[in-house]
Design a protein. Structure first.
Length: 315
Protein backbone atom coordinates (compact mmCIF):
# COMPACT_ATOMS: atom_id res chain seq x y z
CA UNK A 1 0.00 0.00 0.00
CA UNK A 2 1.44 3.41 -0.96
CA UNK A 3 1.59 6.33 1.46
CA UNK A 4 -1.43 8.09 -0.05
CA UNK A 5 -3.58 4.95 0.26
CA UNK A 6 -2.42 4.47 3.84
CA UNK A 7 -3.44 7.99 4.76
CA UNK A 8 -6.86 7.52 3.15
CA UNK A 9 -7.63 4.16 4.76
CA UNK A 10 -10.30 4.06 7.48
CA UNK A 11 -7.85 2.51 9.96
CA UNK A 12 -5.31 5.29 9.39
CA UNK A 13 -7.97 7.96 9.76
CA UNK A 14 -9.04 6.53 13.10
CA UNK A 15 -5.45 6.35 14.30
CA UNK A 16 -4.63 9.87 13.13
CA UNK A 17 -7.84 11.49 14.39
CA UNK A 18 -6.43 12.13 17.93
CA UNK A 19 -3.34 13.73 16.38
CA UNK A 20 -5.46 15.99 14.17
CA UNK A 21 -7.61 16.97 17.14
CA UNK A 22 -4.48 17.81 19.14
CA UNK A 23 -3.16 20.01 16.32
CA UNK A 24 -6.51 21.82 16.12
CA UNK A 25 -6.45 22.41 19.86
CA UNK A 26 -2.91 23.80 19.76
CA UNK A 27 -3.76 26.14 16.87
CA UNK A 28 -6.81 27.40 18.73
CA UNK A 29 -4.80 27.93 21.94
CA UNK A 30 -2.17 29.91 20.05
CA UNK A 31 -4.80 32.09 18.40
CA UNK A 32 -6.56 32.80 21.69
CA UNK A 33 -3.21 33.47 23.38
CA UNK A 34 -2.38 36.07 20.74
CA UNK A 35 -5.71 37.78 21.34
CA UNK A 36 -5.17 37.84 25.12
CA UNK A 37 -1.66 39.29 24.74
CA UNK A 38 -3.00 42.02 22.51
CA UNK A 39 -5.72 42.81 25.06
CA UNK A 40 -3.19 42.90 27.95
CA UNK A 41 -0.94 45.27 26.06
CA UNK A 42 -3.83 47.56 25.26
CA UNK A 43 -3.31 47.13 21.56
CA UNK A 44 -5.96 45.87 19.17
CA UNK A 45 -5.51 42.33 17.94
CA UNK A 46 -4.80 41.97 14.28
CA UNK A 47 -8.06 41.92 12.34
CA UNK A 48 -7.00 38.67 10.66
CA UNK A 49 -6.54 37.02 14.06
CA UNK A 50 -9.94 38.15 15.29
CA UNK A 51 -11.55 36.91 12.07
CA UNK A 52 -9.80 33.57 12.43
CA UNK A 53 -11.21 33.10 15.93
CA UNK A 54 -14.71 33.89 14.68
CA UNK A 55 -14.31 31.55 11.70
CA UNK A 56 -13.13 28.68 13.90
CA UNK A 57 -16.12 29.09 16.22
CA UNK A 58 -18.54 29.27 13.27
CA UNK A 59 -17.09 26.09 11.75
CA UNK A 60 -17.43 24.29 15.08
CA UNK A 61 -21.11 25.21 15.32
CA UNK A 62 -21.74 24.13 11.74
CA UNK A 63 -19.94 20.84 12.30
CA UNK A 64 -22.05 20.14 15.38
CA UNK A 65 -25.24 20.89 13.46
CA UNK A 66 -24.29 18.54 10.62
CA UNK A 67 -23.27 15.83 13.09
CA UNK A 68 -26.64 16.01 14.82
CA UNK A 69 -28.45 15.78 11.48
CA UNK A 70 -26.30 13.23 9.65
CA UNK A 71 -24.06 11.62 12.26
CA UNK A 72 -24.57 8.33 14.14
CA UNK A 73 -26.33 9.78 17.18
CA UNK A 74 -29.89 8.48 17.39
CA UNK A 75 -29.67 5.84 14.66
CA UNK A 76 -26.30 4.15 15.11
CA UNK A 77 -25.08 4.84 11.58
CA UNK A 78 -23.61 7.92 9.92
CA UNK A 79 -25.10 9.46 6.79
CA UNK A 80 -22.13 11.72 6.11
CA UNK A 81 -20.90 11.43 2.52
CA UNK A 82 -17.46 11.65 0.93
CA UNK A 83 -16.67 12.84 -2.58
CA UNK A 84 -15.01 9.70 -3.94
CA UNK A 85 -17.81 7.21 -3.08
CA UNK A 86 -20.42 9.68 -4.30
CA UNK A 87 -18.69 10.17 -7.65
CA UNK A 88 -18.33 6.40 -7.99
CA UNK A 89 -22.06 5.97 -7.34
CA UNK A 90 -22.92 8.60 -9.95
CA UNK A 91 -20.85 6.65 -12.47
CA UNK A 92 -22.41 3.29 -11.55
CA UNK A 93 -26.00 4.53 -11.75
CA UNK A 94 -25.18 6.32 -15.01
CA UNK A 95 -23.77 3.08 -16.43
CA UNK A 96 -27.01 1.29 -15.53
CA UNK A 97 -29.35 3.98 -16.84
CA UNK A 98 -27.32 5.48 -19.69
CA UNK A 99 -28.00 9.02 -18.43
CA UNK A 100 -25.38 10.78 -16.29
CA UNK A 101 -27.46 13.89 -15.60
CA UNK A 102 -30.45 11.83 -14.50
CA UNK A 103 -28.22 9.66 -12.32
CA UNK A 104 -26.79 12.67 -10.50
CA UNK A 105 -30.24 14.19 -10.08
CA UNK A 106 -31.82 10.99 -8.74
CA UNK A 107 -28.99 10.13 -6.36
CA UNK A 108 -29.11 13.65 -4.91
CA UNK A 109 -32.89 13.42 -4.49
CA UNK A 110 -32.52 9.98 -2.89
CA UNK A 111 -30.02 11.31 -0.35
CA UNK A 112 -32.34 14.12 0.70
CA UNK A 113 -35.18 11.62 0.97
CA UNK A 114 -33.07 9.22 3.06
CA UNK A 115 -32.23 11.97 5.57
CA UNK A 116 -35.85 13.14 5.71
CA UNK A 117 -37.27 9.65 6.26
CA UNK A 118 -34.79 8.74 8.98
CA UNK A 119 -35.40 12.10 10.65
CA UNK A 120 -39.16 11.57 10.79
CA UNK A 121 -39.55 7.80 10.85
CA UNK A 122 -39.15 4.91 13.27
CA UNK A 123 -35.83 3.04 13.10
CA UNK A 124 -33.67 3.37 10.00
CA UNK A 125 -33.09 2.16 6.47
CA UNK A 126 -30.81 -0.87 6.41
CA UNK A 127 -27.55 -0.43 4.51
CA UNK A 128 -24.87 2.10 3.79
CA UNK A 129 -25.71 5.53 2.42
CA UNK A 130 -24.39 4.88 -1.10
CA UNK A 131 -26.17 1.52 -1.27
CA UNK A 132 -29.52 3.05 -0.32
CA UNK A 133 -29.18 6.09 -2.59
CA UNK A 134 -28.09 3.87 -5.46
CA UNK A 135 -31.17 1.68 -5.25
CA UNK A 136 -33.59 4.56 -4.76
CA UNK A 137 -31.99 6.47 -7.61
CA UNK A 138 -31.51 3.67 -10.13
CA UNK A 139 -34.79 1.75 -10.01
CA UNK A 140 -37.02 4.49 -11.49
CA UNK A 141 -34.43 5.21 -14.19
CA UNK A 142 -34.55 1.58 -15.37
CA UNK A 143 -38.19 2.04 -16.44
CA UNK A 144 -39.98 -0.95 -14.85
CA UNK A 145 -42.79 -2.33 -17.03
CA UNK A 146 -45.48 -1.78 -14.39
CA UNK A 147 -45.89 -0.15 -10.99
CA UNK A 148 -46.30 -3.31 -8.90
CA UNK A 149 -43.44 -3.51 -6.37
CA UNK A 150 -42.52 -6.47 -4.17
CA UNK A 151 -39.99 -6.10 -1.38
CA UNK A 152 -38.74 -9.32 0.21
CA UNK A 153 -37.39 -8.32 3.62
CA UNK A 154 -38.15 -4.78 4.74
CA UNK A 155 -36.78 -4.19 8.28
CA UNK A 156 -38.66 -0.95 9.16
CA UNK A 157 -40.36 -0.40 5.80
CA UNK A 158 -38.53 2.88 5.33
CA UNK A 159 -36.79 1.87 2.10
CA UNK A 160 -40.15 0.94 0.58
CA UNK A 161 -41.52 4.32 1.62
CA UNK A 162 -38.59 5.97 -0.14
CA UNK A 163 -39.02 3.87 -3.26
CA UNK A 164 -42.71 4.74 -3.46
CA UNK A 165 -41.84 8.43 -3.30
CA UNK A 166 -39.05 8.12 -5.90
CA UNK A 167 -41.39 6.29 -8.28
CA UNK A 168 -44.03 8.97 -7.79
CA UNK A 169 -41.45 11.65 -8.57
CA UNK A 170 -41.06 9.89 -11.93
CA UNK A 171 -44.80 10.07 -12.63
CA UNK A 172 -45.54 6.49 -11.62
CA UNK A 173 -48.39 5.12 -9.47
CA UNK A 174 -46.67 2.48 -7.32
CA UNK A 175 -48.55 -0.35 -5.64
CA UNK A 176 -46.45 -1.94 -2.89
CA UNK A 177 -46.37 -5.46 -1.45
CA UNK A 178 -44.04 -6.40 1.42
CA UNK A 179 -43.07 -9.85 2.72
CA UNK A 180 -41.33 -10.04 6.08
CA UNK A 181 -41.49 -12.26 9.19
CA UNK A 182 -41.59 -9.26 11.60
CA UNK A 183 -39.73 -11.13 14.30
CA UNK A 184 -39.01 -8.10 16.52
CA UNK A 185 -35.35 -8.08 15.48
CA UNK A 186 -33.50 -8.30 12.17
CA UNK A 187 -33.05 -11.99 11.35
CA UNK A 188 -30.09 -13.38 9.43
CA UNK A 189 -28.74 -16.95 9.54
CA UNK A 190 -25.39 -17.15 11.30
CA UNK A 191 -25.76 -13.83 13.15
CA UNK A 192 -26.79 -13.02 16.71
CA UNK A 193 -30.31 -11.78 17.31
CA UNK A 194 -29.95 -8.46 19.08
CA UNK A 195 -31.95 -5.23 19.30
CA UNK A 196 -31.55 -2.74 16.48
CA UNK A 197 -29.04 0.05 17.21
CA UNK A 198 -31.88 2.57 16.94
CA UNK A 199 -33.66 0.91 19.85
CA UNK A 200 -36.91 0.55 17.88
CA UNK A 201 -38.60 -2.88 17.62
CA UNK A 202 -38.83 -4.49 14.19
CA UNK A 203 -42.56 -5.02 13.81
CA UNK A 204 -45.48 -4.32 11.51
CA UNK A 205 -46.59 -1.29 13.52
CA UNK A 206 -43.25 0.44 12.88
CA UNK A 207 -43.48 -0.46 9.19
CA UNK A 208 -46.99 0.97 8.89
CA UNK A 209 -45.88 4.16 10.63
CA UNK A 210 -43.03 4.64 8.16
CA UNK A 211 -45.11 3.76 5.12
CA UNK A 212 -47.50 6.51 6.14
CA UNK A 213 -44.72 9.00 5.44
CA UNK A 214 -45.05 8.10 1.75
CA UNK A 215 -48.64 9.27 1.59
CA UNK A 216 -51.65 7.33 0.23
CA UNK A 217 -49.61 4.79 -1.75
CA UNK A 218 -47.54 3.92 1.32
CA UNK A 219 -50.59 3.68 3.56
CA UNK A 220 -52.28 1.36 1.04
CA UNK A 221 -49.35 -1.09 0.93
CA UNK A 222 -50.11 -4.78 1.24
CA UNK A 223 -48.10 -6.49 3.99
CA UNK A 224 -47.76 -10.26 4.28
CA UNK A 225 -46.15 -11.55 7.45
CA UNK A 226 -44.08 -14.69 6.90
CA UNK A 227 -40.89 -16.06 5.43
CA UNK A 228 -40.53 -15.80 1.68
CA UNK A 229 -39.85 -19.52 1.29
CA UNK A 230 -43.13 -20.51 2.99
CA UNK A 231 -45.73 -21.80 0.50
CA UNK A 232 -48.54 -19.97 2.31
CA UNK A 233 -46.68 -16.67 2.12
CA UNK A 234 -45.93 -17.09 -1.55
CA UNK A 235 -49.48 -18.06 -2.40
CA UNK A 236 -50.83 -14.95 -0.69
CA UNK A 237 -48.83 -12.52 -2.85
CA UNK A 238 -48.33 -14.43 -6.13
CA UNK A 239 -51.59 -13.07 -7.53
CA UNK A 240 -49.85 -10.57 -9.82
CA UNK A 241 -46.72 -9.99 -11.87
CA UNK A 242 -44.34 -7.46 -10.39
CA UNK A 243 -42.46 -4.76 -12.28
CA UNK A 244 -39.96 -4.35 -9.45
CA UNK A 245 -38.75 -7.06 -7.06
CA UNK A 246 -36.28 -6.14 -4.32
CA UNK A 247 -34.63 -9.24 -2.83
CA UNK A 248 -33.30 -8.35 0.62
CA UNK A 249 -34.37 -11.20 2.88
CA UNK A 250 -32.40 -14.29 3.87
CA UNK A 251 -28.76 -13.53 2.94
CA UNK A 252 -27.60 -17.15 2.90
CA UNK A 253 -26.80 -18.77 -0.45
CA UNK A 254 -29.74 -21.15 -0.04
CA UNK A 255 -32.15 -18.36 0.91
CA UNK A 256 -31.10 -16.13 -2.00
CA UNK A 257 -31.36 -19.04 -4.44
CA UNK A 258 -34.92 -19.71 -3.29
CA UNK A 259 -35.92 -16.06 -3.60
CA UNK A 260 -34.43 -15.79 -7.09
CA UNK A 261 -36.31 -18.88 -8.21
CA UNK A 262 -39.55 -17.41 -6.88
CA UNK A 263 -38.79 -14.12 -8.61
CA UNK A 264 -38.50 -16.02 -11.90
CA UNK A 265 -42.15 -17.04 -11.49
CA UNK A 266 -43.67 -13.70 -10.48
CA UNK A 267 -41.60 -11.12 -12.39
CA UNK A 268 -43.44 -9.34 -15.19
CA UNK A 269 -41.79 -9.29 -18.63
CA UNK A 270 -39.15 -6.57 -18.46
CA UNK A 271 -39.23 -6.45 -14.65
CA UNK A 272 -36.30 -5.08 -12.65
CA UNK A 273 -34.98 -7.40 -9.94
CA UNK A 274 -32.64 -5.88 -7.38
CA UNK A 275 -30.46 -8.19 -5.30
CA UNK A 276 -29.18 -6.28 -2.30
CA UNK A 277 -25.72 -6.72 -0.71
CA UNK A 278 -24.35 -8.38 -3.85
CA UNK A 279 -20.55 -8.43 -3.62
CA UNK A 280 -20.54 -7.44 0.05
CA UNK A 281 -17.72 -9.47 1.64
CA UNK A 282 -19.84 -9.93 4.77
CA UNK A 283 -22.41 -11.89 2.73
CA UNK A 284 -20.55 -14.07 0.20
CA UNK A 285 -23.55 -16.36 -0.23
CA UNK A 286 -25.45 -13.67 -2.13
CA UNK A 287 -22.93 -13.39 -4.95
CA UNK A 288 -22.46 -17.15 -5.04
CA UNK A 289 -26.20 -17.72 -5.34
CA UNK A 290 -26.68 -15.20 -8.15
CA UNK A 291 -23.63 -16.38 -10.08
CA UNK A 292 -24.90 -19.97 -9.89
CA UNK A 293 -28.42 -18.91 -10.84
CA UNK A 294 -27.26 -17.10 -13.97
CA UNK A 295 -25.36 -20.18 -15.14
CA UNK A 296 -28.61 -22.12 -15.49
CA UNK A 297 -31.83 -21.57 -17.40
CA UNK A 298 -33.15 -18.17 -16.39
CA UNK A 299 -35.28 -15.25 -17.53
CA UNK A 300 -32.86 -12.81 -15.95
CA UNK A 301 -30.16 -10.77 -17.64
CA UNK A 302 -27.52 -9.15 -15.46
CA UNK A 303 -27.47 -5.39 -16.04
CA UNK A 304 -24.70 -4.42 -13.63
CA UNK A 305 -24.25 -3.37 -10.04
CA UNK A 306 -24.02 -0.20 -7.97
CA UNK A 307 -22.89 0.09 -4.35
CA UNK A 308 -23.36 -3.58 -3.46
CA UNK A 309 -26.65 -4.09 -5.28
CA UNK A 310 -27.05 -6.18 -8.45
CA UNK A 311 -29.64 -5.29 -11.08
CA UNK A 312 -31.35 -7.84 -13.33
CA UNK A 313 -34.00 -7.56 -16.03
CA UNK A 314 -36.53 -10.30 -16.72
CA UNK A 315 -37.21 -11.37 -20.29
Amino acid sequence: MNSRSMLRSSVSRRLLRPVADLIDQRIERQVRSAVRRADAQGTPAAPATEQLVRDVELLRRRQLTFELLLGPRGRGISRMVAEAPLERLYAEVAALSGDRDAAVRNVAAAFRLLVALESLGVGRIAGGTMNICGKLGAIPLLDPPNDEILEIGTLYGMFSAGLVRMMERDGRSPSLTIVDPFAGVQLQPGTDQRPDPTGAPVDEHAVRTNLGLAGPAGAAARIQQGFSEDPETRAAVSDRRYGVIVVDGDHSAKGVAQDLQWAEEIAAPGAIVVLDDYGDPHWPGIKNALDDHLKGETRFTYLGKAAHAAYLRAS
